[in-house]
Write a protein that binds this ligand. Structure first.
Ligand SMILES: NC(=O)c1ccc[n+]([C@@H]2O[C@H](COP(=O)([O-])OP(=O)(O)OC[C@H]3O[C@@H](n4cnc5c(N)ncnc54)[C@H](O)[C@@H]3O)[C@@H](O)[C@H]2O)c1
Length: 338
């Protein structure tokens, strides 16, 4: 069984990945449960993984389940990372931990650079020291920044980020290239495009829309709902990562590659909202607002490179994905309120 280190397991994508991989791989996972974002839902997610006594986990800083070891640990703490690397020979690292949220990165830039850049470098240093060659890490569609040449392809310019978050992801890509070049590592960067689905983040449009519709609260829609997003279903992201892990296992080459992971069917945010309204059987009341600093007007992925590499690209329609997400949201909010 392959040994995989996953970072960010309390987060939306990290949790979804661990949940789907836990029978097939031996998993070690890290998260610092940053209180800067979405703390409560992180606790609810990891309860699904068996960590039902969160206070005890926080004190002991480790939880062992049948198929995984979970660490309450910060990637900025090199000593804790080294301890884990010295007692495990990982076959692959999937690095998803980061401070996320474009707007928060303008409020707290230092924290973003610590987690997103220093945390990544610590991980790479451990990988170098303990001989872990294969690393998949999360970048973001936000690196395309002011580039308006859509659909975005991996070989286009990404030198005009418009948020500290986006800049931190671009730095990660440059550092990844450097480590691959210097130390013969095999690194894959994934530019995710607006991921949504069950257990989505409460600061993201998908959750904000569902909550507002359910609670009869008004929704703020920016640029009259005409911002374009390539909403990508989390199950497709998890499947792509799993296929990439398998592919890397059988590869002897080293280097650095970047792949877009998007749905390649971008839609207006107002149409995404309409799909949610239909799935919830309720209408929203909408307030239109101007675009906010740091937000991109349109994201739209070309996923041909990914398809050529693993024979797969995201394929869940927004209708199917939203239905799954709304089913989860209704059950989740009912459970939390009862
Ligand atoms: N969700 C999206 O639409 C999207 C889009 C583009 C890129 N991404 C990237 O994908 C990755 C996962 O995103 P997500 O939506 O699951 O985010 P998330 O915020 O739900 O999860 C990130 C997790 O990382 C943890 N973390 C942050 N700093 C840490 C540190 N220093 N040490 C240990 N853990 C730390 C957080 O506590 C959190 O649980 C991130 O790197 C994000 O930048 C996500």
């Amino acid at each position: 069984m392959q040994k995989i280190l996953i970072t960010g397991f309390g987060g939306f994508i990290g949790y979804s990945l661990v949940e789907s991989m836990k029978e097939k791989f031996q998993i070690t996972a890290f998260d610092n449960f940053s209180e800067l974002s979405n703390y409560e839902i992180k606790k609810a997610r990891v309860a699904e993984l068996g960590i039902t006594d969160f206070d005890s986990f926080k004190t002991k800083r480790i939880f062992q389940s049948a198929s995984a070891t979970f660490h309450y640990a910060d990637l900025c703490n090199m000593a804790e990372l080294e301890k884990s690397f010295s007692s495990n020979q990982f076959d692959c690292i999937v690095h998803l931990a980061a401070l996320t949220g474009v707007r928060q990165s303008l409020v707290n830039p230092q924290a973003y650079i610590d987690s997103n850049v220093k945390g990544f470098v610590n991980l790479l240093e451990c990988a170098k020291k303990f001989g872990v060659k294969n690393i998949i890490y999360a970048s973001s569609s936000s690196v395309y920044g002011l580039n308006h040449e859509t659909p975005y392809a991996e070989n286009q310019k990404t030198d005009s980020p418009i948020s500290v978050y986006a800049a931190s992801k671009k730095v990660d890509e440059l550092i990844a290239h450097t480590y691959a070049h210097l130390y013969g590592m095999n690194l894959i960067g994934l530019r995710f495009f607006t991921v949504y689905g069950p257990w989505t983040r409460p600061d993201m449009a998908a959750y904000i829309f569902m909550k507002a519709v359910q609670d009869n609260n008004p929704i703020e829609l920016f640029k009259e709902g005409k911002m374009i997003r390539d909403f990508t279903y989390v199950g497709d992201v998890v499947k792509s990562i799993t296929l990439l892990i398998d592919k890397m296992k059988n590869e002897t080459a080293s280097g650095h590659e970047i792949f877009n992971i998007g749905n390649h069917h971008p839609i207006f945010t107002i149409d995404f909202l309409k799909t949610i309204e239909d799935a919830m059987g309720k209408k929203a009341s909408v307030n239109f607002k101007p675009v906010q600093a740091g937000d991109m007007l349109a994201t739209n992925a070309s996923c041909e490179k990914l398809f050529h590499y693993i024979g797969y690209k995201p394929q869940t329609s927004v209708l199917e994905g939203v239905n799954e997400m709304v089913k989860w949201y209704k059950a989740f909010t009912q459970r939390v309120s009862s």
